[in-house]
Write a protein that binds this ligand. Structure first.
Ligand code: AHM
Ligand code: MG
Length: 333
C-alpha cells in the first residue's frame, strides 16, 4: 500500500473519474508541487528569518504573516502556469485572480487558503493549505465572471488540504471517497498511507474556541453544554481539543471523529470561516468520509456564497454530533 505514489494513484484513477481528464490530473500535480514547495519553506522558516508578521493586514482584517505571503505567492505563481485554470481565488487576495492571457487557459477554477492557521506559525504548530476545485459552467468562454466562482459546494470537482505537521500529508477527494498521502521527505513523494478515510459515526471530542462564550447566543451555549453533558460512545465525557488551525482540527476530527465548531457570535454574526476556501472544501471531505457539515441549520454544501469572501458558521465532523447541533438550533428557532 505504502508504495503507491500520488502520481500513480491519479493516473490509475484517471479513467474512473468523470472529471479526471489529463488536464485535471495536471492541475492536481501542480497543486501537489506547490504544497511540497510550501512544506520545504515552512520546515526551514526558523532558519531563514521568515517567521513573524509582515506588518500588513489582509483583506480579512488579519495580520499577514511572512509565510502567509510566501505560500500565497508560491500558489499563484505555480498554478497560473498549470494550463488547467481560468481563474483563482485566494484567501489573501481581495479580488478574483484571472489567469493572464500569456498563460494557457483551462476550464477549472481553484479556490484556496494558502496557509490556514497562520497565527500558529511562530509556535511551530500545524498549518495547512486548503483547496477547492470548481469547473467553469459549461460552454462559458472569455473573461471569467465573479458569478461563475460563486458556486454551491456540491458542485466542487475536488477538494482537499495539505497539512504541514510532524509529517506533511495530502488529503483529498475527487468525489470517490477521501484518501490520505504522507510525504516521504527522502524521496520527495506523497505515498498512499490512508486509503478511504471514514469519520466515525459519533466521536468523543468537541473542538471550539470557548473564549467566545460571552458572545454566544443562548442556542449556541446550549449546543456547547450538550457536549459538556452528553456521554461519548466510550461512556466518558467528551474531551475538549482546540488547535486553532482549522485544517489541523479538521484532520484530527477526520481520524478520531467528533466535531469542530465555529459558531456565530455577537461580534461575528456569520462566524469566522470563509465559505469558499475553508468551509466548503472541508464539508466536501466530511461528506465523502461519511460525516456531515452544517451551518447549524442545514448543509454547508448547499449554501451559495454572495461574495468571494463570504463567511459562514461551521459545525463539521461525525454525523451524529453534527445532527445533535442542528436539533438544538432547530428547537431554539
Ligand atoms: P486563517 O485562515 O487566517 O488562519 O484563519 C482561520 C483560522 C482557522 O484556522 C481557525 O480554526 C480559526 O481561524 C481560529 O480562530 P479563533 O482564533 O477565533 O479561534
Ligand atoms: Mg484559513
Amino acid at each position: 500500500m505504502a508504495d503507491i505514489t500520488v502520481t500513480e494513484y491519479l493516473l490509475l484513477h484517471q479513467k474512473q473519474s468523470p472529471h479526471a481528464t489529463g488536464q485535471f490530473t495536471g492541475l492536481l500535480y501542480d497543486l501537489i508541487l506547490s504544497g511540497k514547495t510550501i512544506a520545504r519553506r515552512i520546515t526551514k522558516a526558523g532558519l531563514l528569518d521568515i517567521l513573524g508578521g509582515t506588518g500588513e493586514v489582509n483583506v480579512q482584517g488579519e495580520d499577514v504573516q511572512k509565510l502567509d505571503e510566501i505560500a500565497n505567492r508560491i500558489m499563484i505563481y505555480r498554478m497560473e502556469r498549470c494550463g488547467a485554470l481560468c481563474a483563482m481565488s485566494s484567501e489573501e487576495e481581495p479580488e478574483l485572480i484571472r489567469v493572464r492571457p500569456e498563460f494557457p487557459h483551462g476550464d477549472y477554477i481553484l479556490v484556496f487558503d494558502p496557509l490556514d492557521g497562520s497565527s500558529n506559525i511562530d509556535a511551530n504548530i500545524n498549518v495547512g493549505t486548503i483547496f477547492s476545485i470548481l469547473r467553469r459552467p459549461d460552454g462559458n468562454r472569455g473573461e471569467v465572471a465573479l458569478e461563475e466562482v460563486l458556486q454551491q459546494g456540491v458542485r466542487q470537482v475536488a477538494a482537499g488540504y495539505i497539512l504541514y505537521g510532524p509529517a506533511t500529508m495530502l488529503v483529498f477527494s475527487t468525489g470517490q471517497g477521501v484518501h490520505g498521502f504522507t510525504l516521504d521527505p527522502g524521496v520527495g513523494e506523497f505515498l498512499l498511507s490512508h486509503p478511504d478515510m471514514r469519520i466515525p459515526q459519533q466521536g468523543h471530542v468537541y473542538s471550539v474556541n470557548e473564549g467566545n462564550w460571552k458572545n454566544w447566543s443562548a442556542a449556541t451555549r446550549d449546543v456547547i453544554d450538550w457536549f459538556h453533558n452528553c456521554p461519548s460512545p466510550t461512556g466518558s465525557p467528551y474531551s475538549s481539543r482546540y488547535v486553532g488551525s482549522l485544517v489541523a482540527d479538521f484532520h484530527r476530527t477526520l481520524i478520531y471523529g467528533g466535531i469542530y465548531m465555529y459558531p456565530p457570535d455577537a461580534k461575528k454574526p456569520d462566524g469566522k470561516l470563509r465559505l469558499l476556501c475553508e468551509a466548503s472544501p472541508l464539508a466536501f471531505l466530511a461528506e465523502q468520509a461519511g460525516g456531515k457539515a452544517s451551518d447549524g441549520m442545514g448543509r454547508i454544501l448547499e449554501r451559495k456564497p454572495d461574495k468571494l469572501h463570504a463567511r459562514m458558521p461551521l459545525f463539521i465532523g461525525s454525523a451524529d454530533d453534527v445532527t445533535a447541533v442542528e436539533t438544538i438550533y432547530a428547537k431554539h428557532a
